[in-house]
Ligand binder design. Structure first.
Ligand SMILES: NC(=O)C1=CN([C@@H]2O[C@H](COP(=O)(O)OP(=O)(O)OC[C@H]3O[C@@H](n4cnc5c(N)ncnc54)[C@H](O)[C@@H]3O)[C@@H](O)[C@H]2O)[C@@H](O)CC1
Ligand SMILES: [K+]
Length: 486
């Protein structure tokens, strides 16, 4: 499991460790040495030797300058660009003596930057507010496209808390962070700016709950519900799926195929005539009709406005499911049936547009209209708000999937290839996560584990190429086996 801690928690841990060390510069020395080792390796890989430091006003700039001193000692040509600010440590002459030429804001920094093989972005670190100083915006605009950009601790100008997306900021090829990952490295608003993430150990230890967790493959065997010899179909979990309608007939096929493939004890399907016939034909394991279940999936392909035959009876069961005290996953059309808090374990699985619509419906008359774009620009805050309004855990779909309970640590999964952005993929996700809820997992575990398996299955269904949702659903059982036995 990858764990990311807030800037405040990292500063406290650094202060605690610093208090035990004789030399107050020791941590920065460790950070700079680790950073220099990574840069050295990248220069060797690319055959480059010209390093340009973007030197900000704080300790982030100092880290980059100290690393450049090591690289200069080893033969690299190192130049640092200084803005109209004093450097946190030393002055330009002391750094020049140590082998790093400083070019001031009024110097010919453009020519220097043009020749860079590797750019060390040390403008802002965990002390940064989102956004860049103007001089640094000009540097970033002038970055040569073929230079390898290494961000020190985090891509400068990105929100260290990972809450808000920023276009006017650094997008790095690699980020070298110190001690532990921070939210900026794993949350959807900022993760795409991080590139490859490398963590340098500087000896700090963090306690308590992290801000963000990310499950990795090694977590799957400990969480996945593996049956034992004493289990039967009922003890393994029975899932009820209320999905589809006369106009959306495919969603229940995808959802039910994925759910039985994820290892359910039994599945009950509640639908209208056309999708019921399809489910009967393509998922012969399914038992048709209402009955006792351990959890519900309500909503894939569900049209809450339909007047077609069977729709009213189906909607009555959907509403009863949501009113019950059983765990429920609520997706797509089912989200329109959410009227407020649910006390039983609940996982809502909206995409950005559906989350905006839900917030507008539940937020009350005095709340401003939320748009899909606003949700995409600050996904965590909007998902958290919906979680608090409903008491549910909110799984917000996207290139990075967020799983956000009303309080506490969130999960952020980034396991899927971009090919997975395809119609029907969400129906498959609902089936997998629903199966996990029926087996007794919490909404947080069901959502994050389901997202991981879903992402890996997309890759395994057709490595490196397009994937259709039905192939994804069929890849679920093999993916689970692979993750349990690797
Ligand atoms: N705290 C520690 O013990 C350690 C910190 N380290 C480094 O120190 C960094 C944090 O250093 P600092 O706390 O000095 O903070 P930063 O270097 O991130 O920057 C802070 C400075 O930038 C200014 N600033 C912030 N946002 C701005 C914006 N948007 N536009 C213009 N100016 C802005 C602040 O007023 C302040 O002067 C870490 O990211 C890491 O690189 C490492 O050396 C490891 C040890
Ligand atoms: K930085």
């Amino acid at each position: 499991m990858l764990r990311a801690w807030s800037a405040d928690a990292v500063r406290s841990a650094e202060a605690a460790l610093m208090a035990t060390l004789d030399d107050e510069g020791e941590l920065m020395a460790r950070a700079a040495w680790g950073l220099a080792r990574v840069c050295r390796a990248r220069l060797e890989e690319t055959g480059g030797s010209r390093v340009v430091v973007l030197a900000g006003p704080g300790n982030n700039g100092a880290d980059a300058l100290y690393a450049a001193v090591h690289l200069a000692d080893e033969g690299a040509e190192c130049v640092a660009l200084q803005g109209p600010w004093p450097l946190a440590i030393g002055d330009s002459s002391s750094w020049q003596e140590a082998g790093v030429r400083i070019v001031a804001a009024d110097g010919d920094w453009r020519a220097v930057l043009t020749g860079a093989d590797l750019v060390l972005d040390g403008v802002l670190g965990i002390g940064g507010r989102p956004g860049l100083p103007d001089e640094a915006v000009a540097w970033v605009d002038a970055l040569p496209p073929d230079a390898y950009v290494v961000a020190v601790d985090l891509p400068s100008g990105q929100d260290p808390a990972g809450e808000v997306a920023h276009e006017d900021a650094v997008f790095a090829d690699e980020t070298v962070t110190f001690g532990v990952p921070k939210p900026v490295h794993v949350l959807p608003a900022t993760e795409s700016a991080v590139g490859r993430l490398t963590v340098v150990d500087i000896g700090i230890e963090l306690e308590g709950d992290p801000e963000v967790e990310r499950l990795d493959f090694a977590d799957v065997p400990g969480l996945w519900p593996v049956p034992t010899a004493s289990d039967d179909k009922y003890s393994r979990g029975v899932l009820g799926v209320v999905a589809g309608g006369e106009s959306y007939t495919g969603a229940p096929v995808l959802c039910c195929t994925a759910a039985v493939g994820a290892g359910l004890g039994m599945l009950r399907y509640v639908g209208t005539p056309a999708p019921t016939a399809l489910v009967r034909a393509s998922v012969p394991e399914a038992v048709i009709g209402d009955g006792r279940v351990q959890a519900w999936v309500v909503g894939p392909g569900l049209d809450t406005t339909s007047r077609a035959a069977g729709s009213k009876a189906q909607l009555d069961i959907a509403r009863a499911a949501l009113a019950s005290d059983l765990p429920a996953l609520v997706d797509a059309g089912g989200l329109d049936l959410v009227t407020g808090r649910r006390d039983a374990p609940t996982l809502l699985t909206p995409h950005a547009g559906e989350l905006a619509r839900l917030l507008n419906r539940l937020g009350g008359a005095d709340s401003a209209d939320v748009t899909r774009q606003q949700v995409q620009a600050s996904p965590l805050a909007h998902a958290r708000r919906a979680a608090r309004l409903t008491g549910a855990t909110v799984l917000l779909k996207g290139a990075t999937t967020l799983v956000v309970p009303p309080e506490g640590t969130v999960r952020s999964q980034n396991d899927a290839p971009p090919w997975l952005a395809t119609a029907g993929a969400g129906d498959v996700l609902a089936g997998v996560c629903g199966a996990l809820l029926a087996a007794g997992l919490s909404p947080l575990d069901a959502g994050s584990l389901g997202a991981l398996v879903h992402g890996v299955a997309a890759d395994r269904a057709n490595p490196g190429g397009p994937v259709r949702a039905l192939a994804l659903a069929h890849a679920i059982p093999g993916t689970v086996a692979h993750l349990l036995t690797r």
